[in-house]
Design a protein around this ligand. Sequence first.
Ligand SMILES: *[C@@H]1O[C@H](CO)[C@@H](O)[C@H](O)[C@H]1NC(C)=O
Ligand SMILES: *[C@@H]1O[C@H](CO)[C@@H](O)[C@H](O)[C@H]1NC(C)=O
Ligand SMILES: *[C@@H]1O[C@H](CO)[C@@H](O)[C@H](O)[C@H]1NC(C)=O
Length: 294
Amino acid sequence: MKNSIKILVYFVFLNIVFSQISLAYVVSTGDFNKDFFVTWSPSHINTSADGRSRSLKLDQESGAAFASNDMFLFGQIDMQIKLIANYSAGTVLAFYLSSDQPNRDEIDFEFLGNVSGQPYILQTNVYADGFDDREERIFLWFDPTEDFHTYSVLWNVYQIVFMVDWVPIRTYRNHADKGMAYPRWQPMSVKVSLWNGDSWATRGGHDKVDWSKGPFIVSLRNHKIDACIWKGEARSCRAESEGNWWNKERFNSLTWTQRRLFKWVRKYHMIYDYCQDYKRFQNNLPKECSLPKY
Ligand SMILES: *[C@@H]1O[C@H](CO)[C@@H](O)[C@H](O)[C@H]1NC(C)=O
Ligand SMILES: *[C@@H]1O[C@H](CO)[C@@H](O)[C@H](O)[C@H]1NC(C)=O
Ligand SMILES: *[C@@H]1O[C@H](CO)[C@@H](O)[C@H](O)[C@H]1NC(C)=O
């Protein structure tokens, strides 16, 4: 009797160990050289000796970009970023997740530079099944060029939450049960790029990149990828097991504290919301606009 209980306990234990392993979630190494590869202009990227910080340069010759070695399906990605000081008009720094498929899913942070002394805009967007047109824009409540701040995406089967220093600035909920598209099948890679977007980025393209004020440099550090690595099939990442912490109940929706912060951002810092743009959608706002955000 005693022995059979021991054996039972042992098997339960083994089961737990194996289910954890098969979920294959990962906390990144924290080393830019190990977690990412350069996709555009290595000469415009510097990485510190320990791999924990990296800078990107934009000049007349080129911008720069890099992407993760792995693709992921659900998890949380954090990146600390310090943006271009002083004159940055026309520049765009993008930190995003993308599936790179024809009907692509994408989760975007885009930092739009400005002339000296004027504020950056943080634009976010969500593509689901190839459809985007979901821009939101905020002014940050601090100067993002003075110091590093943490920009994060939490992505699970229930919601996508964009965060700035852990303050939720935007959500995109899974309303698939109401026929809405939601990124939940395609794995995505993590990407960062710095480029000239002066045809549209600053005051609708009015303020251009001034090369005499360059080179323009963005610094990144302490990235964290705590996500399920794609191994060719969705099953293990989609398993709604609590072994992947982002599946736990408290991540199904914003917490009470998060809701208060979220409302504060939207009340005092939001400058554009596609869900308020009746003119653009000819009074026919996308359906998700009338559905709950948390
Ligand atoms: C990398 O370092 C070199 C030498 O210090 C410097 O000239 C270059 O501008 C740096 N590039 C970036 C992207 O920071
Ligand atoms: C930005 O401007 C300040 C004040 O004019 C100056 O001290 C600083 O060196 C400038 N920073 C860069 C990166 O050019
Ligand atoms: C740049 O500053 C101007 C003036 O304050 C502002 O209207 C604009 O929204 C700011 N940001 C961008 C990216 O255009």
